[in-house]
Design a binder for this molecule. Structure first.
Ligand code: FAD
Length: 478
């Protein structure tokens, strides 16, 4: 039965019901704590974070620009340019249109440094240490080679080899250096490597669309390539677990990214194969899949993933996103929630459900074993952090299995607030890296997809605050 056939109110009720009553969900299912039917009320009425009484600044106008003090002058100049590009919608739209024609050298000189981790492994390692200076102790690295829509530049063998190398040469050493500085091995979030399923096969869109019919053999090749990377992640976890036996969460995690809706059935199949091979019962999970909560079917999908895991005896790791393809989905009206409010509600409901599952069981017993709340929405991040960090979870080490993630260069004020005002350590940044031409395409998509978030956070306020910070430095004021 399709949830998209329902009215909005019924849709909300059915989404919750689907999660609560799915027969194979944990038999002793505990109703979601603080469940609130209206998403916007949640942040004000159910704040339970006792680490500090300071509220997270959920409204853009409330946020300070204190976080700018940690950036270099060059980075501030880049933010100033972004502020100018996002002064208002027409300017932003013009910038998006002109972006493809801006020479790569100019993009690199002006804005690349705040959004991308670098071109080489060494540069990404340096970015990791820069983030650490800001209190962000780990990253989700992504070798960014845009591969959808039949990009012929894609060499799947190269992507697999470079991605495996990035696990061994970036994630493992970075994790070890963070653990060496930490007083508690459970205080450092894992290092993640993002896997774009479209990077693991030539003509990947066709392979994913026809994964169980005419392209079945090529799909097996795609699964094999993703498996190779996950094996590198799994082996790293086994080796590090021997050195740090007290750690509950994984050290490194492979994350399967979600694509356009028409490719997702193939991607879900890929995720399930990887879960079943690498997410063994009573072990930390090594593979996280992605669910796009803007899809009207997503609450049923979440329940289905949990049911399949119970049935087939494996654990599930999830990254919940709202979804990045709203502007390009052809069947938007039928597959995506009708309103932003419905997406928000569904997203918040999904994260509350996963957190409840993770915190409910001890050690690594829960079926849903790990959650990445991948969002820039301060309200959702606040909800997640208040569910995870409160008096009742003080001694629950499973809370290290819930991690909050934002894209590098986006919502830095929110990231700063989480770390510095709320002392929340489980925050990571998504760090794209790789050939400059490909990262330029990534930058263009980010502008397009997150135009609203960008202008909320940037615009005139950012121009004003970056100018003030630069002026303060020039005048030598403290
Ligand atoms: C670490 C990380 C990893 C990510 N990985 C992926 C990935 O694998 N796949 C992917 O698709 N995206 C991914 N994203 C991108 C993510 O989907 C976008 O950042 C997100 O959509 C922006 O939403 P937000 O949660 O930041 O909040 P907001 O800015 O509050 O929400 C914006 C989003 O709400 C939804 N929305 C907006 N208007 C409407 C409407 N009228 N009706 C219904 N819904 C609406 C859309 O999803 C839109 O993008 C990732 C993001 C991060 C931070």
């Amino acid at each position: 039965m399709s949830l998209s056939l329902y009215s909005n109110a019924a849709l909300r009720r059915s989404a919750v019901a689907a999660l609560r009553t799915a027969p194979a969900l944990r038999s002793s299912y505990i109703p979601l704590r603080h469940f609130n039917i209206h998403p916007n009320k949640r942040a004000t009425t159910t704040m339970t974070n006792t680490t500090t009484n300071v509220p997270l600044h959920t409204k853009p106008e409330e946020r300070s620009f204190e976080h700018l003090s940690v950036f270099t002058n060059k980075e501030l100049l880049s933010f100033l340019i972004m502020g100018l590009c996002t002064l208002n919608k027409p300017i932003l739209n013009t910038c998006i249109k002109l972006f493809p024609y801006v020479p790569l050298s100019i993009v690199k000189a002006l804005v690349y440094r705040i959004y991308c981790g670098g071109e080489t492994i060494e540069e990404v390692k340096t970015t990791g240490m820069r983030l650490h200076e800001r209190g962000i102790n780990n990253m989700m690295i992504s070798l960014t080679i845009e591969a959808c829509d039949g990009n012929d530049n894609v060499d799947p063998e190269y992507i697999v080899d470079e991605t495996c190398r990035s696990v061994k040469e970036i994630l493992v050493p970075h994790m070890e250096s963070m653990l060496a500085k930490a007083s508690d091995v459970n205080s450092i979030p894992p290092g993640y490597v993002a896997l774009k399923p479209t990077g693991f096969a030539k003509d990947s869109a066709r392979v994913l669309r026809e994964y169980n019919t005419t392209s079945a053999a090529e799909f097996e090749g795609l699964v094999e390539k993703a498996t190779k990377v996950c094996q590198a992640v799994y082996d790293a976890n086994i080796a590090l677990q021997k050195k740090y036996p007290a750690r509950v969460a994984p050290f490194t995690v492979a994350v399967v990214d979600a694509e356009k809706h028409e490719l997702q059935e193939g991607v879900y199949e890929l995720q399930r194969r990887l879960y079943s091979k690498f997410n063994k019962m009573n072990e930390p999970i090594s593979v996280v899949g992605t669910l796009q909560m803007y899809l009207s079917e997503s609450s049923s999908l979440l329940a289905k993933e949990e049911q399949l895991a119970v049935k087939n005896n494996y654990r599930v790791g999830l990254k919940l996103v709202r979804g990045a393809y709203i502007h390009s989905e052809k069947n938007r009206a039928t597959i995506i929630h009708q309103t932003k409010e419905d997406t928000d509600f569904n997203y918040n409901q999904g994260i509350a459900y996963c957190i409840d599952s993770i915190l409910h069981d001890k050690g690594n017993e829960s079926t849903i074993g790990h959650l990445v709340v991948a969002s820039h929405n301060a309200e959702s991040l606040h909800l997640a952090s208040s569910e995870v960090y409160n008096e009742s979870t003080k001694d629950n080490n499973n809370k290290t299995n819930v991690v909050l993630g934002q894209l590098m260069g986006m919502s830095d004020s929110v990231t700063f607030d989480l770390i510095n005002r709320h002392q929340i350590g489980n925050v990571i940044k998504y760090v794209p890296w790789g050939p400059p031409l490909e990262t330029k395409e990534y930058l263009r998509r980010r502008l397009e997809e997150n135009g609203d978030a960008v202008s909320n956070d940037n615009g005139f306020k950012l121009v004003k605050s970056t100018s003030s910070e630069l002026l303060r430095r020039i005048m030598g004021r403290s």
